[in-house]
Design a protein around this ligand. Structure first.
Ligand code: PGA
Length: 242
């Protein structure tokens, strides 16, 4: 794992540049995309680059990591809505090439999502955030490293972290559908972004203290050959990268 500590806006620029470089090398590349506040700056940079005609997403395929169970596409807290509002509606990606797990008709999605990724040739670059409890996507502590797409009951800490996007904590869905840790590990390359003090505990555990086990889902990334971790100073404070 390679650790890069940068100012928050530099992270956004660098990761967007990495994505654009990949698209130029492979115009029909497969991107694994994340939601949450972390990748917002990356998406804003991608929109800017598209508007400046530096890149076209015409042939890009994308797969999102996860979705809340029970929120319709037009609910502004659904990840389908988030991705369209923050990225897809502002670039020339083909809507048929966009995949977000279906949190309503999830039974079918559970059967097909991993196969669709495989049929697309696998994910070339997976973007990840991290939860304060070390989750990646909605793979909470205790998730099997061998998991593919599955339903999860969200942990109290995740519901609390995400309640900032809702008008009250009671409105936060308690279940989600998420790509599994095995699905994520099959990506050819992974970029994880962590910003802010509340990610410091998980990042420190990842680099300094913790072995590889299911109590810290992000620790599975130590088994992947091609991972870059971008942190701001708050997230990386006290981390010794060996
Ligand atoms: P955040 O969420 O980007 O909103 O901090 C990240 C995550 O929970 O994976």
């Amino acid at each position: 794992m390679e650790l890069k500590v940068l100012e928050s806006n530099k992270i956004d620029e660098e990761v967007a540049n990495e994505i654009v470089t990949l698209i130029k090398e492979k115009p029909n590349c497969v991107l694994g995309l994340a939601t949450g506040s972390t990748p917002l700056g990356v998406y804003a940079n991608l929109v800017k680059k598209y508007e400046n005609k530096e890149v076209s997403f015409k042939n890009v395929r994308s797969f999102n990591l996860d979705e809340y169970v029970g929120l319709k596409h037009d609910n502004d807290q659904s990840y389908f809505y988030f991705m369209h509002h923050n990225l897809f509606d502002h670039i020339d990606i083909n809507p048929n090439n966009v995949h977000v797990p279906d949190g309503i008709n999830y039974e079918n999605c559970l059967k097909t999502y991993d196969n669709e990724i495989k049929k697309a040739g696998g994910i070339d670059l997976q973007i990840l955030g991290i939860g304060s409890n070390g989750h990646i996507a909605f793979n909470e502590p205790g998730t099997d490293f061998d998991s593919f797409i599955h339903l999860v009951d969200l942990k109290e800490s995740t519901i609390k972290d995400n309640s900032r996007f809702f008008s009250s904590i009671e409105e936060v869905p308690t279940r989600a559908i998420t790509m599994g840790l095995r699905s994520i590990m099959q990506a050819k390359r992974i970029i994880l972004i962590a910003k802010g003090k509340n990610k410091n505990h998980a990042i420190k555990a990842l680099f300094d203290e913790h072995g590889i086990d299911e109590t810290l889902p992000v620790s599975v990334l130590k088994l992947h050959p091609n991972v870059e971790i971008y942190c701001d100073k708050d997230a990386a404070e006290g981390v010794i990268d060996e």
